[in-house]
Ligand binder design. Structure first.
Ligand code: THU
Length: 159
């Protein structure tokens, strides 16, 4: 039997590194502008680029449900469409329909997109992931790769 362990910290907001706390603030601000009239589940995301720039995103829903997009991918695609800068970190927060903090655990599609940008051929820095949980604590992972073992990536394509 083989076991895969995930390294992560659980921190309060005041325990976050300053850079991470600022990124979380940007994600909270982005969440307030989410377009989520169908689920009323609002998500905000903020991406930190290696040059210090922060790019935000929020969930964008649609009457044709699958046409909508998660906050993380709105932020990641926006960041990468603006600049080839490596992505250093992504913060994600979510509120449920009652406006309470909910687990902002990135969905599988968003994890896949994060992994794409974390791959060695795209950038050489690790992507840190900061996700707020329903208790308002922050799960901090230094390497997005630990979120998705056995992933499909460009190396898989060539193998
Ligand atoms: N959502 C995100 O924005 N990010 C995720 O990682 C999971 C879900 C959005 C999609 C939809 O607008 C709402 O949350 C409910 O699924």
């Amino acid at each position: 039997m083989k076991i895969i362990a995930i390294d992560y910290q659980v921190l309060t907001k005041s325990e976050l590194e300053e850079e991470d706390a600022l990124l979380v603030e940007a994600a909270i601000e982005a969440m307030s502008k989410a377009y989520a009239p169908y689920s009323n589940f609002t998500v905000g995301s903020a991406v930190l680029l290696a040059n210090g720039e922060v790019v935000i995103g929020n969930n964008q829903e649609n009457a044709a449900y699958p046409s909508g997009l998660c906050a993380e991918r709105v932020a990641l695609f926006s960041a990468k469409s603006k600049s080839p800068e490596p992505i250093k970190a992504i913060a994600i927060v979510a509120n449920n329909a009652k406006g309470e903090s909910a687990d902002a655990f990135a969905c599988g599609n968003c994890r896949q997109v994060m992994l794409e940008y974390a791959s060695q051929d795209v950038q050489n820095t690790l992507i840190k992931v900061i996700m707020r949980n329903h208790q308002g604590q922050f799960y901090v992972l230094d390497d997005v790769k630990s979120l998705m073992p056995f992933n499909f990536n460009s190396t898989t394509l060539g193998s």
